[in-house]
Write a protein that binds this ligand. Structure first.
Ligand SMILES: [Zn+2]
Ligand SMILES: [Zn+2]
Length: 354
């Protein structure tokens, strides 16, 4: 079968022919119908993220049907439509005992990271990692639940954002779009920041009260997807402090560049929480006196728990969160898809359909 493989740092992801995997004891095999493309794949390709396992199939947003089960798994599961939870913790450490498999130090598997993931025709995973999807969500629309929506659900818990609080979503990719909708649904006031007017218009449509761009397009008065005013925004922190009456309560940083981190830190209000989700090669730099005198917090959020995945599925099933799809592509077209994502030229999600 075809599989999109990570071969090592600074090597292009490559489509290779590999054997169809057989489910081992306790496992199911999923015939993949849709697999979302995430920025993580770009980080593997650039060498920024290297967990040390080379020769692994990418893809941690996989949806499909169970077509075979290993010993010890109920054959009645064959035919189920599932989404794959991509962590499989050690099960015995304190984090795992709490359900926080995403921070387990010795995971047994992590699909699309150190274990073969969903950018292929089939993948195998423990039966408990294959979570049944309700009807009413298409395979393609379900795929981004696996990382984009679950990451948003998890980060929102760590941020402890409250109704009426001002939430800034910096970066309008898959996670950012889910965060905008989640915050809006909880009665929070949302400011979305991005460079692409098309993404800003989509964020507005999905619930952002204000949309700002660091490159001089201010669509704060956008009606629907129509841009009514274009004015320069020379100083985003000043604008955000004016809009929020002193600074944001929560900032979800989904980009992680020097410029965006500096802007986020300068836009944070008293007792504000800066939640790091995106990253680049740049380091976060802040003088402690800023955090001290404003009692601010900086925290990181990685992945999601199995419980977060169940909540994310429910949010999408109820229509609280939508997953806008930019396009579906064949695995053979991965180079073009990765290039478009790297260029920031993808509005919504790209989903592979093998
Ligand atoms: Zn991801
Ligand atoms: Zn563990």
């Amino acid at each position: 079968m075809k599989a999109l493989r990570y071969l090592g740092p600074k090597q292009a992801l490559a489509l290779q022919e590999v054997p169809v995997p057989e489910p081992k004891a306790g496992e199911v095999r999923v015939k993949v119908a849709a697999s979302g493309l995430c920025h993580t794949e770009l980080h593997f390709q650039s060498g920024l993220l290297d967990i040390g396992v080379h020769g692994v199939t990418m893809g941690h947003e996989a949806v499909g049907h169970i077509d075979a089960v290993g010993p010890g798994v109920d054959g009645a599961r064959i035919g189920e439509r599932v989404i794959v939870y991509y962590y499989f913790g050690c099960g015995v450490c304190e984090a795992c005992r709490r359900g926080d498999e995403q921070i387990c130090a010795a995971p047994r598997a992590q699909f699309g990271f150190v274990s073969d993931g969903g950018d292929a025709e089939y993948l195998t995973c423990p039966a408990r990692n294959a979570v049944v999807l309700p009807a009413g969500i298409s395979d393609v629309e379900a795929a981004p639940i696996g990382c984009a929506v679950t990451t948003a659900v998890h980060a929102s818990k760590l941020a402890e954002a409250q109704p009426e609080e001002w939430v800034v979503v910096y970066g309008i990719g898959g996670v950012g779009l889910a965060l905008v909708q989640l915050a809006k649904s909880r009665g929070q006031r949302v400011i979305a920041i991005g460079r692409d007017p098309r993404k800003l218009a989509l964020a507005k449509e999905l619930g952002a009260e204000y949309t700002l761009s660091p490159i001089g397009i201010d669509v704060a008065t956008t009606v629907g997807s129509r841009v009514d005013s274009i004015a320069p925004v020379p100083d985003l922190p000043t604008r955000i402090k004016a809009l929020t009456g002193g600074g944001a309560d929560v900032i979800y940083e989904c980009v992680g560049s020097r410029e965006t981190m500096d802007t986020a830190l300068a836009s944070l209000g008293k007792r504000g929480r800066l939640v790091m989700i995106g990253y680049s090669e740049a380091s976060l730099t802040v003088h402690p006196i800023q955090l001290i005198v404003h009692e601010q917090k900086v925290l990181g959020s990685v992945g999601a728990t199995l419980q977060d995945l169940h909540e994310a599925i429910d949010l999408v099933a109820r229509g609280v969160v939508r997953n806008p799809i930019a396009r579906t592509v064949k695995l053979e077209a991965h180079e073009e898809a990765l290039a478009a994502l790297a260029a920031g030229d993808v509005v919504g999600k790209i989903v592979f359909v093998p």
